[in-house]
Design a protein around this ligand. Structure first.
Ligand SMILES: C[S@@+](CC[C@H](N)C(=O)[O-])C[C@H]1O[C@@H](n2cnc3c(N)ncnc32)[C@H](O)[C@@H]1O
Length: 275
């Protein structure tokens, strides 16, 4: 069988014929750490959902606003679960600018995301990269302390940004979130974004169908389902909302590339405080 070109940076264990959500996401963001199979499936997804590149940018913009808000609330250590392939505006860059001396631990299960992050950040002492599955909170929290240097006796910012869609109901996302909540101290925060099926159920059903061909099929959820997953956190203003309405930069909605149409984004999120 014809074997496609394997880039020199691709870790040996990676199947370059099987699309991954991390590399498709990188492609939507305009990155270069993706294979032909990722680009082909991402293009198929864009036939169903042409706004995908704008949606992923809105997701990154929310991440930046929300992480900055947590820094302003005094958080100086971050656990980024499902952190993805490094791109512009990474968490450690945001927190280092907002609160010098902060720590960031990146966690991802995708070998390309981990290899690229490790290569890029090996000389940055305030950052650690863990190759782990976030569905095992005990192991992740243990390694975040031992290898990542997090101090769990102090508040932590935990990020689950566009990653819970890849945790199916049978893996108990609410239970996983609860374990991270219980493993962190009062005054910690959880930052979440999630694709929603509230606005365009047929279209998102077709996207889910496309993603069945990846290594990690995903699901969209209703706002109520996401709210149930976040139970036990006290939501900061403005609550669990359409992402573009979470503390937008002045003028951002007026110049929004999708005319601030929340249905075209189909993306919600919020920040919760552990009490
Ligand atoms: C859509 S990307 C989001 C990346 C980043 N959080 C962002 O919002 O820019 C989802 C990421 O979650 C990772 N992921 C999915 N399931 C995971 C799991 N069970 N454990 C760790 N990482 C996971 C994927 O490999 C991918 O890098």
């Amino acid at each position: 069988m014809h074997q496609r070109h394997r880039p020199a940076w691709a870790p040996d264990e990676v199947d370059i014929e099987r699309p991954s959500v991390a590399r498709m996401y990188d492609y939507f963001l305009g990155g270069s750490h993706n294979f032909a199979c990722d680009r082909e499936l991402a293009e198929q997804a864009m036939k169903v959902f042409p706004d995908a590149p704008h949606v992923v940018r809105a997701n990154r913009s929310f991440l930046s606003r929300a992480v900055t808000a947590l820094c302003e609330l005094g958080i100086d250590q971050f656990l980024d679960l499902g952190s993805g392939i490094p791109t512009v505006g990474n968490v450690h860059e945001i927190v280092t600018a907002a609160r010098p001396g902060s720590r960031t631990v990146y966690v991802d299960s995708d070998p390309v995301a981990v290899a690229h992050a490790s290569a890029l950040l090996s000389g940055t002492p305030s950052v650690s990269v863990l190759h782990a599955d976030l569905r095992d909170p005990d192991a992740v929290l243990r390694d975040a302390v031992r290898a990542g240097g997090l101090d769990l006796s102090r508040p932590v910012g935990v990020l689950l940004v566009s990653v819970l869609p890849f945790v199916p109901d049978r893996d108990d996302p609410a239970g996983i979130v609860a374990a991270y909540r219980e493993g962190t101290t009062a005054g910690s925060y959880l930052l979440v974004s999630h694709g929603t099926n509230d606005y365009q159920p047929t279209v998102v059903g077709e996207i889910e169908h496309v993603y069945e061909r990846t290594t990690q099929p995903g699901v969209f959820r209703s706002r109520d389902e996401v709210a149930r997953i976040l139970a036990g956190y006290e939501l900061l203003d403005p609550g669990l909302v359409d992402l573009i309405h979470w503390r937008p930069e002045p003028g951002a909605l007026e110049t929004d590339p999708l005319d601030a149409d929340v249905a075209r984004y189909s993306l919600i999120g919020g920040v919760g405080r552990r009490v």
